[in-house]
Every structure is written in C-alpha cells, then in structure tokens.
Design a protein around this ligand. Structure first.
Ligand code: NAP
Length: 481
C-alpha cells in the first residue's frame, strides 16, 4: 500500500491532502503531532471524514516527531483519538503494556510497533523486527542507511524476514530505493508525501504511483536504475518508466545514490538487476567491472549504460549517439564541417569522439589548457584556451557548449561571454537545466539554429531503453525533463 503522511495542521487540511492524492494512495497516516493542539483533540472524528483507512500516530520529538507532551498526556491524547475508527495505531517499541494498546486490541485496531534510528542501521535490526511481531503486530523499522552497503544489508534483512509483517523504511537519500521497492522488501506499506517531504528522503505519492508504479512491483519485476553521486535530481526515471508502461514490460527504473561501486555491483547482483545508467562520477569507475565493452566505450574511456548479458555485464555509451542524433542530418548533408567544442570534461570526450568519427573538424576550448591539449592529442583536433574564444568568431558551423557554466542555479553565466555569432551557426548547449541557457539566448537573438541539452538527454535515454528492452522507445511520450 502507498500511505500518505498527512502534514497539514488542521483536520480539514488533511482531508484536502487526501482528496488531492486520492488516486495515488491506499491509506493515510494522521500525525497528531503535526496538527494544531485543538485539532489534535478532535482527531477521533477524522476516520469518518477521511474515506480511506487511517493510521493514528503521535510521534515524540525523540523519534523525529513534534510531540513534546509528557508521556502521560501523549497517551491520553492517543486514547481519546482511538474513539474514532482508525484502522491502525502506531505504538513505539519501548512503550510497554499501555491503555492505548489495550483499547486498540479491544476495538480490533491493528497495531504497528515502531522504532526509529536517525543515526544509522542498528546491528540487532533483525531480532528487533522479529520480536515486535511476536504478538501478531506489524513491525516498523525506520532506520538511516549511510551507504549503498547499508542499503544492500537492509534488502538482505528484508528477505530474511520475508513472511514477517513489517515496514522497513530507509530514511534519508540513501533509503530511497527501499521506499520505492517496498513491495520487493515485503514491506506492508511505504510512506509518501504530498509534494514536500515530511520525513527525509520521502517520495511523493504521485511519483510512487504514476512515475514508478511502485505498487505494481512483484517478484518478477525487472529492476533498472541510474547510479551516481549526486543522482536524485535525475530525469531518467521520467524517460524509462513511462516507456516500460507503454510496452507492458513489468519493470521499474529508479535512482541509486552510490558511494562504492563494488558494493553497488553486489547489490545489482542481489536484486538481479537487468541494467543501469551511469552518471557522474562513475562513468570510468564502472569499466573494471564490465566483461564486455563496445568500441565507443573503448575509445572514449567512459561508459554510461550497463546491461546484463549472459555471464557478465556489458558497457555501452549512449551519450555518443544521443549527442549526434539531433545534428546528424546537418553533418551528413555537409552543413556542419567545422566545430568549436567548449569544455574538455567527461561529456566533451564523448562529443569530440563523435564529431571526429563523423569527419567534423574540432577545436577544443577549455579553461584549463592542459585538459584541452590531452583531449585534442588523442582525437587529432586543435585546442585553445577559453579566453581566445572570440578568435573563432565567424569561422565555425557548430558550437557545442559542454561545460557546467550556465547550469542551474547559475542562469546568468555564459562561458563565452561577448562572443559574436553570425547567425549561421548551429549552437548546441548540452546543459538541460535550464533548457534555455544564457549562451543559447544570445545565439537565438543572433538568429542561430539551436539545440538543447534535453534533446541529447532524451535521445541517449531512448537508446538506453532499446538496449535495456530490445524495443524501440514508444512514440508519443514526452517526459518532463
Ligand atoms: P566535468 O567532467 O566535470 O567537466 C566540466 C567542464 O566544465 C570542464 O571542461 C571544466 O573546465 C568546465 N568548467 C567548469 N567550471 C568552469 C568555469 N567556471 N569556467 C569555465 N569552465 C568551467 O563535467 P561533464 O560530465 O563533462 O558535464 C558537464 C555538463 O554537461 C554538466 O552540466 C552536465 O549536466 C552536462 N551533461 C549533459 C548531458 C545531456 O545528456 N544533455 C550529458 C552529460 C553531461 P576545466 O577543465 O578547466 O575544469
């Protein structure tokens, strides 16, 4: 089940949150500690207002909530709320036999026995979960993984406790795969938010339902993902998941924050992942784990796509073709023969190779000359410093911007400030946030033909989709990148 954690300070506000998310959720959690005091006192009327099953929770400050009442007053408030028809009540692990528990059992309200660890993952997590379920209750362990190894360990624990009624919550950014793959962990539900997260790392109910289709994951669901650090801003799930849906493929694609690539490969084996995308800073680090790589990966020395083939992982680079696709016709028709590539980082490497392999002359301009020089040496190009950009005015057909200058939130930056376009150039900025960078605005004013980073992102994603599934990316999907 997808459970919406209600965060409004009034009961009416909470009902509004349920209405907004009704299509995405199965159950809601009323957090009395987030309500105004007078509203919390009226909480017993809420189940009748909600129209869906509701969990009753009054979270203490020590467990990450806002309830600063004495324990006695807290239990009184819970007890009064239990006059309403709540489906579940959350009682913390350390609360021994209480009137709240007695009333819940008497009324047939199911009990969730919870513990929270904001520091890490307790070593005795397995036995604690087990112990909490001894009286037929549902155990809830909200813990804080700090590495991909912790995430792997939690998937192990979840599998060991497969048939035990439980909720395993991975808090923080590291825990996001556990929240999305809650069905794979055998968790009874996952907590979701209405827009802004109530707890760290929460995913919105809308994304869980519509983007990830998390409630449809089962033992046969093929798992794909994107690894990086940082990675949570990625738009790739918005490309792959709708595509899987259209071709009726029981598969899911989600972000994995990674700190150690070897541990990630262990997790990928454990989850029997079928493939994944690779982003900064792992495009080179993955190479030593691959049994097979394509010619482009060998040339460029970086890999952004890994798929499982019999007996090994195979690495490919779709940045290369993703970049080329939007301008391929112009190159083939001879409209692009001569280019200026701004930047000499990882993305530039794939782009320079792609242009050189198509016979386009390339001059690399970079802030750090030595990087431009080494990239130029292996690709037989010219190179220069960024400061000399204006020397190339009117001399090239294509200008490709590959630096991070102009990237969100630095909207006003332009790596070649003052450069004058003739209006005949094709100008391609691979930054995709924002779509219209400062450089592209200047080029547009001069009448140039523009290409956007989101075109490259989408094209490379479509190629990945083909490698992942064997199907062409379906027409008519316009992911919000
Ligand atoms: P990278 O390897 O870190 O390279 C960064 C490049 O930017 C280097 O050339 C660096 O120059 C230059 N740079 C950084 N700050 C600068 C500054 N203040 N002034 C001048 N130059 C500066 O990064 P990357 O992987 O190549 O990615 C670069 C950009 O491409 C990012 O914005 C990324 O989002 C985007 N990208 C887009 C796609 C897509 O599909 N559209 C794919 C990949 C990457 P130095 O060598 O002097 O440090």
């Amino acid at each position: 089940m997808i459970c919406l954690t209600l965060s409004s300070s009034t009961l009416d506000g909470c009902c509004g949150q349920i209405r907004r998310n009704r299509d995405y959720i199965d159950i809601a959690e009323l957090r009395l500690d987030l309500l105004d005091g007078s509203e919390a006192e009226k909480a017993s009327v809420f189940p009748a207002m909600a129209g869906i099953p509701v969990i009753l929770t009054l979270r203490r400050v020590s467990d990450g909530g806002r309830c600063a009442l004495s324990e006695r007053a807290r239990r009184q408030l819970l007890l009064a709320a239990l006059d309403g028809d709540f489906a579940y009540v959350d009682i913390e692990e350390d609360v021994k036999k209480s009137e709240v528990e007695a009333k819940a059992r008497e009324k047939g309200v199911k009990i969730i026995r919870s513990f929270h660890d904001f520091e890490g993952v307790p070593e005795d997590i397995y036995s604690r979960i087990h112990h909490l379920t001894e009286r037929g209750d549902i155990a809830k362990a909200a813990v804080t993984p700090h590495s991909i190894h912790d995430v792997l360990m939690l998937f192990h624990v979840a599998d060991e406790l497969k048939d035990v009624p439980k909720i395993i919550v991975g808090m923080g950014e590291w825990g996001i795969p556990l929240r999305i793959l809650y069905a794979r962990t055998g968790s009874f539900l996952t907590f979701a938010c209405d827009g802004e997260p109530v707890a760290p790392g929460q995913v919105s109910a809308r994304d869980l339902k519509l983007l990830y289709r998390a409630d449809r994951v089962d033992d046969r669901t093929a798992i794909y993902g994107v690894i990086g650090n940082p990675v949570l801003h990625t738009s790739s799930p918005a490309i792959h998941n709708p595509g899987f849906d259209v071709i009726n493929y029981n598969a899911i694609y989600l972000p994995f924050l990674v700190d150690n690539i070897r541990h990630f490969f262990t997790l990928a084996e454990y989850l029997r992942m079928r493939g994944f995308s690779v982003t900064i800073p792992f495009k080179k680090d993955v190479l030593m784990y691959l049994g097979n790589i394509t010619r482009e990966v060998k040339q460029i020395g970086s890999c952004n796509t890994v798929v499982r083939v019999p007996g090994m992982w195979k690495g490919m680079n779709t940045d290369y073709y993703g970049f080329l696709r939007p301008i391929l016709k112009d190159i083939e028709k001879g409209r692009i023969r001569n280019s200026l590539v701004i930047g000499a980082g990882g993305a530039s490497q794939a782009i320079v190779w792609a242009l050189r392999n198509m016979g386009v002359k390339v001059t690399i301009l970079n802030r750090t000359l030595s990087r431009a020089e080494s990239l130029a040496a292996v690709n037989l190009c010219e190179y220069d410093t960024l400061d000399n950009a204006r020397n190339y005015e009117g001399q090239v057909d294509l200008i490709v911007q590959t630096t991070s200058v102009g990237l969100y939130p630095d909207f006003d930056a332009n790596p070649i400030e003052g450069f004058r376009f003739t209006g005949r150039e094709v100008v391609y900025d691979i930054i995709y946030k924002p779509k219209m960078t400062k450089l592209l605005k200047v080029a547009e004013e001069a009448g140039c033909t523009l290409h956007f980073g989101e075109e490259m992102l989408f094209e490379q994603g479509k190629l990945q989709f083909e490698l992942f599934t064997g199907y062409h990316y379906p027409n008519g999907i316009h992911p919000l990148i």
